[in-house]
Design a protein around this ligand. Structure first.
Ligand code: COA
Length: 385
């Protein structure tokens, strides 16, 4: 039993525990505000690109024109996979979950780095950017291989977003699709000290290499309580199938004490600002693609849920439309979380690097409530059960 004299406070879920000071991201969940390095998500979605946003997150300031060009070239120059990693993707069962594939492939990338571990922050950042560059290639290559198609080589002259869609479909993406993909990547790039970012931070605090850090983040993001809500939200929209059935669905789901996917958030107690941006883009995408029924069903579910949940601090979050948008872009449902990871690597890197400047090993405690000093029982004396 614990011998502590002071009463111990257990912070289950680490709610309201601060692990560091940070200049990466600020969320005001009461005012519907999100800032990356001080810039509003609305401005970044409207004026920036994923590459520029990744530079901002990792380096702390917006790049000059030259810096942005150099950064874009650096990312595109690292898109191609090592033959050994491609070979590995070919060897995986086609039934593998793409998140498991991504976790394993990024871990394998470290085996092809002659010096994966380094204490130098610039070298660490460089390694993280190589991982960021190769992640879309891994996701798209595995998707093609599992469908019996050859991977499409990365195009160096395309943006991160457009190149991903090109490698996935084998076709040059429509410019508006590429734009929506780009904005979706911006919106998912960072979100303060969520579970996967914390996981990366814990691994960074041990001075582990960047491959281990990012693999930790992917393992944590994989869980349905973190990365999977957009998949579930899309599934609901497809099952409901028609705006006229939304009210019946929401009434029944709430009566059965089920949660409406894409609603509610630990931090936002009002509109998630990313939801606002994505819904607008989604509406335009739906009318361009003739997917107005699907989109209209998502809107009808949202309207009905808002009426039923009025009075509670529960509002639509980014996942209410991200799944619908990814679906309209032709991205298979089980790639939604890998795509989330592909973008979030920027935020994970920013936090890991920030934590390492003034690192302290993260080592919390568990309050022991078991027994001590038990007499050891020889195996033969333990009975049969
Ligand atoms: N559908 C229906 N009711 C919901 C709800 C939802 N999506 N989210 C929260 N509520 C209800 C809760 O049951 C709670 O009701 P109660 O007080 O009667 O128990 C009330 O609203 C307040 O919930 P709150 O404490 O603000 O939520 P939380 O912090 O415990 O949970 C989530 C946050 C994200 C886990 C939760 O909203 C959820 O499961 N959402 C659906 C999944 C999702 O979209 N996740 C993506 C997040 S980006």
């Amino acid at each position: 039993m614990s011998s502590l004299k002071e009463p111990v406070v257990i912070h289950k879920g680490l709610d309201n525990v601060y692990v560091k000071e940070s200049k990466v991201c600020f969320i005001d969940g009461e005012a519907s505000k999100l800032f990356y390095r001080g810039y509003s998500i609305e401005d970044l979605a409207e004026h920036s690109t994923f590459e520029e946003t990744a530079y901002l997150l990792v380096n702390g300031k917006l790049p000059t024109r030259q810096q942005l060009q150099d950064f874009g070239k650096l990312i595109s120059s690292h898109r191609t996979l090592e033959p050994g990693v491609l070979q590995l993707l070919r060897s995986f069962p086609t039934t593998s979950d793409p998140m498991d594939v991504l976790r394993t492939a990024i871990s394998a990338l470290g085996l092809y780095d002659p010096q994966p571990a380094t204490d130098n922050i610039n070298e660490r950042t460089d390694k993280a950017l190589r991982i960021l560059a190769k992640t879309p290639t891994i996701i798209a290559a595995f998707d093609r291989l599992r469908n019996g198609r050859e991977p499409v080589s990365p195009q160096l002259n395309l943006s991160h977003a457009a190149n991903f869609l090109h490698m996935l479909t084998g076709k040059m993406p429509d410019p508006y699709d590429a734009h929506v993909m780009d904005v979706a990547l911006i919106l998912h790039a960072e979100h303060e000290m969520n579970a996967s970012t914390f996981s990366c931070t814990v691994t960074a605090s041990t001075m582990a290499d960047m491959y281990s850090i990012i693999t930790s983040g992917i393992g944590t993001l994989r869980g349905p309580l973190h990365g999977g809500a957009n998949e579930a939200a899309l599934k609901t929209v497809i099952e409901v199938g028609d705006p006229s059935r939304a009210e019946e669905y929401v009434t029944r789901a709430l009566a059965e004490k089920k949660r409406i996917m894409g609603f509610g958030h630990r931090i936002y107690k009002t509109w998630d600002p990313r939801y606002v941006i994505l819904k607008k883009l989604g509406a335009e995408l739906a009318s361009k693609k003739g997917e107005t029924k699907l989109f209209g069903t998502a809107v009808a579910i949202e309207q009905s849920a808002l009426r039923h949940l009025a009075g509670l601090p529960v509002f639509p979050n980014v996942d209410s439309y991200s799944g619908v948008v990814f679906h309209m872009l032709g991205i298979p449902t089980d790639l939604f979380t890998p795509v989330f990871a592909m973008s979030r690597i920027a935020g994970w890197t920013a936090h890991a690097i920030e934590y390492l400047e003034g690192n302290r090993l993260i080592r919390p405690k568990a309050l022991y409530v078991g027994q001590t000093s038990l007499p050891y029982i020889p195996l033969d004396a333990r009975g049969t059960r």
